[in-house]
Every structure is written in structure tokens, then in C-alpha cells.
Design a protein around this ligand. Structure first.
Ligand code: RB5
Length: 144
């Protein structure tokens, strides 16, 4: 499974920690930036991740900004993107089971690395339930 990761400056440190963790297990995450702690705009970062997911260059994405809020709003503007802030373990499970999220979102200034790693693992080890949830996801795609 290919996983892409990207952050703004508010999520840069957490992004590097997540990459380090997976690299120590032999898994390389596809890093779409940013490449330093210098200030940048989170919509630009979300806009790099969106085509990577929609064009299936990666199966899943991880996006990080200071709180996770701005970057998830920016990513969720696009049809086919389901970006979920995994703010606790239960939500990490439900974001896959019920929402089939394709981007996990974290807050670099609000979350600890050990919690984030645990939530990523919960998400990756959970299956989408389908059924009534597929109908709801189809309604999201339909829009208004
Ligand atoms: C950047 O200072 C900060 O606003 C950004 O990382 C994010 O938290 C926005 O929602």
C-alpha cells in the first residue's frame, strides 16, 4: 500500500516523526512537502495531496497542519476526497469503518506522536463496512 504524507510548517515536525517511525519499520512514505519549518500556506499543501489521491498515485494520504482543521477543509473541497481528523482512537476506527476516509489528518500543534502512530495503525487495521455507509458516501459524491 502506498501512503503519501504532507504538511505545512505547523505540521512539519510531526510529519518528520511519522516518516521516521515508518522508515524504521522498512516503509517509506511518499513525502509531498513541505521540506522545512519555514512558513507556507496549508491550501497549497492540500492541493498537492488531492491529485495524488484522486489519480491513485497513492492509496492513502496523511495531511498535517497546526490543528488539522485548515488542511482538512481545503482537501475536502474536492469530490472523491474524504479527509478525516483522527482526534481520538474511536474516531480513527470509525473514519475507516463508516466513512472510508482516504486522507488521515492530524494536528502538529495539538497531538503527540505516540497517539498519532496508534491512530494510524488503528485506521490501517480497520475495514470499511460498506452497506448503508456506501449509500451515504454516494450521497456525499452526488452533492446538492
Ligand atoms: C499555521 O500557522 C496554522 O494556521 C495552520 O497550520 C493550521 O493550523 C490551520 O488550520
Amino acid at each position: 500500500m502506498k501512503i503519501a504524507i504532507a504538511s505545512d510548517h505547523g505540521g512539519f515536525e510531526l510529519k518528520e516523526q511519522i516518516k521516521e517511525h515508518f522508515s524504521s519499520l522498512g516503509t517509506t512514505l511518499q513525502d509531498l512537502g513541505t521540506c522545512s519549518a519555514d512558513s507556507c500556506d496549508y491550501p497549497d499543501i492540500a492541493h498537492k495531496m488531492v491529485p495524488t489521491i484522486l489519480n491513485k498515485q497513492a492509496d492513502l494520504g496523511i495531511l498535517i497542519c497546526g490543528t488539522g482543521v485548515g488542511i482538512s477543509i481545503a482537501a475536502n473541497r474536492f469530490r472523491g476526497i474524504r479527509a478525516a481528523i483522527l482526534y481520538d482512537d474511536f474516531t480513527a476506527e470509525m473514519a475507516k469503518k463508516h466513512n472510508d476516509a482516504n486522507i488521515m489528518v492530524f494536528g502538529g500543534r495539538t497531538m503527540k506522536i505516540e497517539d498519532v502512530i496508534r491512530r494510524i495503525n488503528i485506521f490501517l487495521n480497520t475495514e470499511f463496512e460498506g452497506g448503508r455507509h456506501s449509500k451515504r458516501l454516494a450521497k456525499i459524491e452526488e452533492g446538492i
